[in-house]
Design a protein around this ligand. Structure first.
Ligand code: ZN
Ligand code: ZN
Length: 253
């Protein structure tokens, strides 16, 4: 089983306006970050976590020919905006795509993509089959996925644990009982926006401390802003076992 980082950036760090900072003008490919998302390639199929505004390009870049399911962490625009483009998979697979999300995220998806849920559907619109994630582990084609409930300031967000791998994005607080669900993971992905305190994201220091507290041997940091600094420079100062993820990075899990 393999996990690929489709994107490791944030809407905050997207150089829509050429900001001129050293990260946005870096020649290092690892400093070029699309919005945060991963793909798990398993016997159960390709499972993508979040359909970012960059989803279409992420699928093209990774040459993804089949999509089994999508898991949604939360309904912020940088995590759902690309959902319309699942229509390409509908077309080739001749079926709806299962999208797993909390009831709250589903209510936002139905509002944002209302045309996909109307009674009279225009031909070619995305075919979405919403599946509800609650507290319990759920199954996608035999792969057990355990939801981990984390907080993004006041907003509940889902992390996901699959075997010894846990993915957490967009969090700045994890309750003790939820931390127990992460403990024992061999690889943990955590968001680390920047060095300065942020209202809804872990800082670099907070993410490193959490990885240490949970005693996870390999920690990969994602959802990184250009404010964090250059990939190479930041990587050099990280403790052993902690890494900056980058777009296109693949790990065996
Ligand atoms: Zn968010
Ligand atoms: Zn985000």
């Amino acid at each position: 089983m393999k996990v690929t980082f489709l994107g490791t950036g944030t809407s905050q760090g997207v150089p829509v306006i050429a900001c001129g900072c050293e990260v946005c003008s870096s020649a290092d490919k690892k400093d070029k970050r699309l919005r945060s998302s991963i793909m798990i390639s398993a016997p159960a199929g390709n499972i993508v976590v979040d359909t970012t505004p960059d989803f279409r390009y992420q699928m093209l870049r990774e040459k993804v020919g089949h999509l089994e399911a999508v898991l949604i962490t939360h309904s912020h625009k940088d995590h759902i905006a690309g959902m319309d483009d699942i229509r390409a998979f509908n077309y080739f697979q001749k079926s709806a795509i299962n999208i797993y999300a909390t009831e709250f995220s589903q209510s936002v998806i139905k509002r944002e993509f209302a045309y996909a849920f109307s009674d009279f559907k225009y031909p070619g619109i995305p075919e979405i089959n919403l599946k509800t994630i609650a507290d319990d582990p759920f199954d996608v084609n035999g792969l057990t996925i355990t939801p981990v409930h984390v907080m993004h300031h006041q907003m509940p967000v889902l992390g996901f644990r699959i075997h010894d791998f846990t993915y957490i994005t967009d969090a700045n607080y994890i309750a003790p009982e939820e931390k127990e669900k992460i403990r024992g993971s061999k690889i943990l992905v955590l968001n680390a926006l920047r060095r300065e305190k942020h209202i809804s994201h872990f800082t670099l220091e907070e993410a490193i401390a959490l990885g240490k507290e949970l005693d996870v041997p390999e920690v990969y940091l994602t959802h990184i802003s250009h404010q964090l600094g250059l990939h190479e420079a930041v990587s050099a100062e990280l403790p052993p076992g902690t890494h900056l993820a980058y777009d296109g990075l693949s790990l065996e899990i």
